[in-house]
Structures are given as structure tokens and as C-alpha cells.
Unconditional design. Structure first.
Length: 656
């Protein structure tokens, strides 16, 4: 009986109608009987009904029983097949059994009980086959489902034999990432496929899983992929055990974190760069404060020295001493400029720049910061100029000198700096590097340090590339150097020998423009008799400046309080032809003071002076309506020319 208690369907095929009738009479209560008097009708019944059991007589016209069973075995393999035969039909019976055409046979005359037992056995087998088929289909469905997941998951999945460590399975993501086909991987160990170093890492991970008997996590695993080169993976290695608890497989699931790691490295680099910028900003603020106070002191020293110098009429030792004080003051002013340059706080304007002077400035600054075991040699022969920004060139050479000194700080060595003029024409090989024919400054900076490895030579000018430990470098230094040189119309090249040292060569196009130098000391200074209001919160500077201006013929009112000066101007706005004011003052700063004056009298000429202030620049001063902007200390000759330029509406540059 079937599992749902419905009668099993049994088909009996026999050309003898009496046999058919007898068979039905005997078994109709046990089974749902179908009858056919030839093979063709039997096949039709099989095709139209779900027949579980077929019993066929052997001897029939046209088609024998074994021939019918053979056909049924092909079309209906799940149907249980029995042959009814006499002993004289034994040979075809044996052949049919051997070929799997039938499950059993009955001998004539029929034994009803025996047939029932055999049918019962056949039905049980039939139902078992159906169940097995259903289970097989479910297993295949589940396998297809799991395969679809494994093959479509973006993570890399691999399975190894826990004893041999041979790869048994890789998904498509793993194949694509590693660059190996299943044929190259399956049945092989990591040592058969990967470089020894990588394979050994994998093998140690597998041994660790076996030792622990639980999941092992490797959050950052360096792997060299055949397809992608060096990559980083987040890997989990999982032990797979059988029902007896024995480790049989090693399952690995990896995720490519290379891009994420690179982003993290860039973020760290940017954070380091930000900290560097913040540090430089703090240094700049400190340098600016020092510069402001120092310039005010220097202004008084140089101003009163100039006044004294003018009072000494004859060439005496005293006059020589005063000249030396003025020279020292000028050097002090240059030093303040270098401090501000180092702190990156000066205006970034493009103008003719003398590279020889910048090289000497930077070498002087770095000399005290590097070990005495490093010998600095100079061969600076050119005074030619290039168009650019003084600060940026300062940054270039500070960076290159620092790198060179760091390469030699352990064992010492020689830092050699050269500067010459070169004329490049079409025959020069350098034209192939993007340089046009013309006159260039050639800067060479060489060291005798460890040198640069050939395999990273092409990367040293890339942003964020650094060979230093995390936190020790931003990877922006040489990228910045390269960018500044390129933006200046030049080129930078590098040659290095491991163990011998490195040479950086920079070509910068020479400009025909020249620096406008100040007039000679004995040049007669321009004078005037206009009325000037001079304002500076340092009383000594206000008094000294009044005396200086009066020597030049001007009528001067000097005040050390900007509020008093504003009150005075409001009461008598047309009494003054020119106002000269300091920038950094308490209560009202110079820029606000100037703006208030211009509101009262828009055409009023104003000169703004500053020891140093981050709040003001030439551009901002011009936007307010200020006619000229000077950095302290302002020497007498510079002040005299600027006053006349402003009052006479000169078109020349009004700032230093």
C-alpha cells in the first residue's frame, strides 16, 4: 500500500484475455488493476497513469515481455517491473535481469500470495526510490543555493583539506583576486602556488587554527596577488569538524581591505600634515609676535641712529660707528624677514628672486640644526634671478637639505650645494625631459648618504609617499618640491646609488627682470612741506619719526593714541595732507583707524606701517583705500620716497 493508504496501481499485460480476467479477479481488492492485451496498449496506460508496478507475460505476439520491460525501463525507470514466464523462457529472463530491465519474475502457474509479497517489496522499493529522489533533489537544490551564495559573495572563500592543506574549493571572487584558475589551485598547497614567504604565512595560519581548534582572525594580512600585486586582507580562518569532532576542513573567508587601508593611511597622512600645518601656524604666530615687538625696537634704534648720523657733519670715528649700527640694523631686519619666511607667513608674490641668496640663507639656518659630522660645501657661482616666490624656493631648499642631512645623520658625510648658469639648446638631451632651449640656473644638491632604492625611485615625487615611520613624515615634502619647481617652469631630476648617495638637480629658467634696488646712501632725499599726522602707540617711535620727517621739511603732528588721533582728525579733517599710522595699536588698530578716516575724507592719502600683523596685507590695505604699505623698521630714505610717491600720485610700487 502507498503511504496515503490509496491502492497501488498495478498494470498486467498478457495477450490471453482469460489470464487478464483471472488476474483482476484475484487482485482487484488489493490493488487498482489496469489491464492490457498487448505491449502497445500497456505503454499507453503507463503514459496516462502513474503506474507503480508492471507485470508482463513473456510470450506475446509482436512484442515480447522482455522487450516491453526494456522500453518501460527507459521511459518509466521508477516503475517496478516483473516478468511472468515459464521455465522454457529462462534464457531471455536471465538476460533481462542482467541488463536491469526488471526487478523480479513470477513462474507459471501464478502464486497469488507470492505475487503479493513481491509486489509489496516492489512498492516499498518504489517509494524508497521516490523518497531518495526527493532527498537528492533537495540536496541538489541546497547545494545549488549554497553554491550561488559562495560564488556571488564578494568576499574570498577557500576550503582546504585539514590534513594535506590542499585547496579543495575557491569561489569566483578568490579566483579573480588571486589571479589563479581552479586548475592552478585545486589539489595543490599554498607552497605549490604562492611565493615562499606568502605561502609560509598561510601555512602558519592553518597550523594556528589546528592548534586552537577555533576561529582565527587576521585583521590585516599582507598578500601578494598574481593579479593585483601586494594587497591587504581581513581574514577569518574557521575549523570545520565532522560529527565526531574531528577537524576535516579549513574554511577561509577574506575581504580585500587594500583600498580601505590606503584611505586610512592617507587620512593619517592628512592628519599628520594638519598637525604640521597647525604647528607651523603656531610657530608663525609666535614669530609674528616676536617680529612685531622686535621691529618696533629696531625702528627706534635705526631711527635715532639715522637722526644722529645726520647730525654728524664730518667724517669722524663716531660717524663710522653710527654707520656700522645702521648696517647691523639692516641685517637684523633681514633676519626678521628670514624668521617670518621660515614660519611661512610672508605674502606669496611672484617676483624676481636671487636663488644664490636663498641658498645661503637656508644653509645658514640649517647649519646649526644638523650634526657637526656633516660637512657643508658650497659652490655658488651665479647671481642670476628667476621668477617665483621667495618663500616657496625657501621651502624647496629647506626640504632637500633636511632630507640630505637625515640621510647622513648616523655616519656623517658631505652635503654639497652647487649653483651655475647653463645654456640649453636643441641638442641637449634635457629637451626630451620637457625643457625648452634657453638660459637656466642649475642647482645641484648632493649627499653621501644611504641612497634611494631603485624600486621606489619612480614614487618619491608622489603625494603621500614616504619611507619614514608613521608620524615622522607626511609624504608631501618631495611632492611639494616637484610642484613648486614645475610651476616655476623648471624641472627636477634625481640620481642615486645605494650606499653612495643621492644627487638632486634642478633647472630653473633665468628671468631678464631685475630687482629694483634702493638708491645709494649719498643720494639726496626728496623733501616737502606738507602737513603730516603720524600715529604710533610706541611713543619713542612717534617722537623719532616726527624728528625724521621734520628734517625732511614736513610739518608734523605725532600722537601715540589712536583714539586721540581720530578725535583730532574729526575736529580738523582738512588740516592734514597725509596720515602715517602704525597697524598694531591698542583700542583701534591701524586698518580700522584708516577706514574711519577715509569715511570722513575719502581722498585722504594714508601710509600704513606694520612690524608684523596677520590681520593686514598689501591687498587688504589697498582694498581699504590705503595708498602705501610699509614693513618696519622703515628707514629714512624709504620713507622719504614713499611719502613723495603718495603725495605726488606716483604709479610706482609703493611698498618695500
Amino acid at each position: 500500500m502507498s503511504k496515503n493508504n490509496a491502492k497501488a496501481k498495478v498494470l498486467y499485460v498478457d495477450d490471453d484475455l482469460e489470464n487478464l480476467s483471472s488476474f483482476k479477479a484475484v487482485f482487484r481488492r488489493d490493488y487498482d488493476i489496469f489491464l492490457a492485451d498487448n505491449a502497445e496498449k500497456g505503454l499507453e496506460i503507463l503514459r496516462e497513469n502513474n503506474i507503480q508496478v508492471l507485470i508482463s507475460d513473456q510470450r506475446m505476439p509482436e512484442t515480447t515481455g522482455t522487450e516491453l520491460l526494456e522500453q518501460v525501463a527507459k521511459e518509466f525507470p521508477k516503475t517496478q517491473r516483473f516478468l511472468l514466464t515459464a521455465f522454457s523462457d529462462f534464457d531471455p529472463l536471465v538476460e533481462a535481469i542482467n541488463k536491469g530491465k526488471l526487478q523480479g519474475y513470477f513462474s507459471k502457474p501464478i502464486d497469488a500470495d507470492f505475487i503479493r509479497r513481491r509486489i509489496k517489496e516492489g512498492l516499498e522499493k518504489h517509494y524508497l526510490e521516490i523518497q531518495n529522489q526527493d532527498l537528492l533533489e533537495k540536496v541538489q537544490e541546497r547545494e545549488t543555493f549554497l553554491n550561488a551564495i559562495v560564488e556571488n559573495i564578494p568576499d574570498f572563500v577557500f576550503v582546504k583539506d585539514a590534513k594535506t592543506f590542499q585547496y579543495l574549493r575557491l569561489n569566483q571572487s578568490a579566483e579573480a583576486f588571486l589571479g589563479y584558475s581552479p586548475k592552478e589551485m585545486l589539489g595543490k598547497t599554498a607552497h605549490d602556488v604562492f611565493p615562499h614567504e606568502t605561502a609560509e604565512i598561510f601555512h602558519q595560519n592553518d597550523l594556528e587554527v589546528i592548534k586552537r581548534g577555533r576561529v582565527v582572525e587576521i585583521p590585516e594580512e599582507a598578500v601578494r596577488s598574481k593579479a593585483k600585486g601586494l594587497c591587504y586582507l581581513d581574514t577569518k580562518i574557521i575549523p570545520i569538524k565532522d560529527d565526531k569532532g574531528q577537524l576535516v576542513y579549513i574554511l577561509g573567508v577574506s575581504r580585500d581591505i587594500t583600498e580601505h587601508r590606503n584611505l586610512q593611511e592617507k587620512e593619517k597622512s592628512l592628519q599628520s600634515q594638519l598637525r604640521h600645518f597647525q604647528k607651523m601656524e603656531a610657530i608663525g604666530t609666535l614669530a609674528g609676535g616676536i617680529a612685531h615687538d622686535f621691529n618696533n625696537i629696531l625702528a627706534s634704534i635705526m631711527g635715532y641712529t639715522e637722526l644722529s648720523f645726520a647730525k654728524v657733519e664730518k667724517e669722524t670715528v663716531l660717524k663710522d660707528y653710527l654707520a656700522k649700527v645702521l648696517t647691523a640694523g639692516a641685517r637684523a631686519k633681514e633676519l626678521v624677514g628670514q624668521i617670518l619666511t621660515f614660519a611661512r607667513q610672508s605674502d606669496e608674490e611672484i617676483k624676481p628672486v636671487r636663488i644664490d641668496m636663498i641658498l645661503k640663507e637656508v644653509l645658514a639656518l640649517i647649519r646649526s640644526a644638523i650634526p657637526t659630522t656633516i660637512d657643508i660645501r658650497q659652490n655658488i657661482e651665479s647671481h642670476s634671478m628667476v621668477l617665483g616666490n621667495h618663500i616657496k624656493f625657501h621651502q624647496i631648499f629647506m626640504n632637500l637639505f633636511t632630507n640630505a642631512s637625515q640621510a647622513m645623520e648616523e655616519e656623517g658625510g658631505v652635503l654639497e650645494v652647487g649653483l651655475i648658469n647653463v645654456e640649453l639648446d636643441h641638442s641637449d638631451l634635457l629637451n626630451d625631459q620637457g625643457l625648452s632651449p634657453g638660459n637656466y640656473l642649475k642647482v645641484t644638491i648632493s649627499d653621501t648618504g644611504a641612497g634611494i632604492s631603485p624600486h621606489i625611485m619612480d614614487s618619491i615625487f608622489q603625494p603621500y609617499f614616504t619611507t619614514k615611520e608613521p608620524g615622522e613624515g607626511t609624504g608631501m615634502g618631495l611632492a611639494m618640491v616637484h610642484g613648486i619647481v614645475e610651476n616655476s617652469g623648471g624641472k627636477i631630476f634625481v640620481k642615486s646609488d645605494l650606499g653612495k648617495g643621492t644627487v638632486f638637480t634642478i633647472y630653473l629658467p633665468v628671468t631678464a627682470k631685475t630687482i629694483e634696488y634702493a638708491a645709494e646712501e649719498n643720494e639726496e632725499l626728496p623733501r616737502g612741506d606738507e602737513r603730516i599726522l603720524f600715529v604710533d602707540d610706541e611713543q619713542s617711535i612717534a617722537m623719532m619719526s616726527q624728528l625724521t620727517l621734520e628734517q625732511l621739511g614736513y610739518r608734523v603732528t605725532s600722537l601715540s593714541n589712536s583714539i586721540d588721533a581720530l578725535t583730532l582728525f574729526r575736529s580738523r579733517p582738512y588740516e592734514f595732507d597725509l596720515v602715517i599710522t602704525d597697524m598694531t595699536m591698542p583700542k583701534i588698530t591701524g586698518d580700522i583707524f584708516s577706514a574711519e578716516l577715509i569715511k570722513i575724507r575719502p581722498e585722504l592719502p594714508i601710509i600704513l606701517c606694520s612690524g608684523y600683523s596677520r590681520k593686514i596685507s598689501k591687498a587688504r590695505a589697498s582694498a581699504i583705500g590705503i595708498k602705501a604699505f610699509l614693513y618696519k623698521p622703515v628707514q629714512k630714505a624709504q620713507l622719504a620716497r614713499t611719502i613723495r610717491a603718495v603725495l605726488d600720485h606716483s604709479e610706482s610700487d609703493l611698498s618695500d
